[in-house]
Ligand binder design. Sequence first.
Ligand code: IPE
Ligand code: IPE
Ligand code: MG
Length: 257
Amino acid sequence: EKTHVTVHRDKMKEDTINLEKLPKHLAIIMDGNGRWAKQKGFLRTIGHENGATAVKRVIEQCARLGIPYLTLYAFSTENWNRPKFEVDMLMKLLVKALKKELKTLQDNNIKLNAIGNLNQLPSSVRKELTEVLVKTQNNTRLTVSLALSYGSRNELIEATKEICNKVKNNIISLDAIDETVINEHLYTHDLPDVDLLIRTSGEQRISNFLLWQIAYAELYFTDVLWPDFTNEHLHEALEVFQGRERRYGKTSEQLNK
Ligand code: IPE
Ligand code: IPE
Ligand code: MG
């Protein structure tokens, strides 16, 4: 059985990824579209269009490699504060991409999921999104979660309210609240913890993304701008991930016993 893929990066170097040590859940903060465009003298929106191509590429590669969960930060609650022109354009791009990619998702057995305050999205997006969510809901190869109008603090506030309401109505007892209960009330309730978080564009911050879910994730930052993020960059991140020792509080000696 094949357990490694050899990827030809260039004539000098090959990299090898262990297919048995892949992250189960990969999350990506796709940053740098605006700077990518600016460097080339284009409008920021051209950066977002090229960012969409990189999204398609990474989804297809995760499916090929056999990563079962991929979560992509596409639009944050804070991004509503951008100029109206850019927000409108991002929403239009989203509608277009959802329409265009439904077939690819179906052909590749990929399930689309969405996390965030989806009610805030324009009805044109909600309509297209719902259609893709429903049509791909039974797909099993890879679950792609799009974080849209997503903010982790907002998610935790909503979860807290729901749990408090259940306690108030005697549906659950105060003592029963544990990590599982919290998990069940997050947008990510059907996803495992994040194993690897990648952020592109050189920024080294979390920007209100999956605060609870990354408690023990490995963090990987790269200067590559999101539209330039290729399969080779993904493989590089996976190689680094596979070289890390995840100790979960234990000692190295305990793990290697
Ligand atoms: C990420 O790229 C995409 C979104 C946040 C929607 P940016 O648009 O943040 O690009 P920079 O950070 O300005 O370069
Ligand atoms: C984070 O990127 C959100 C997304 C990638 C969708 P931003 O570019 O909005 O983050 P900050 O504001 O620079 O931290
Ligand atoms: Mg940015």
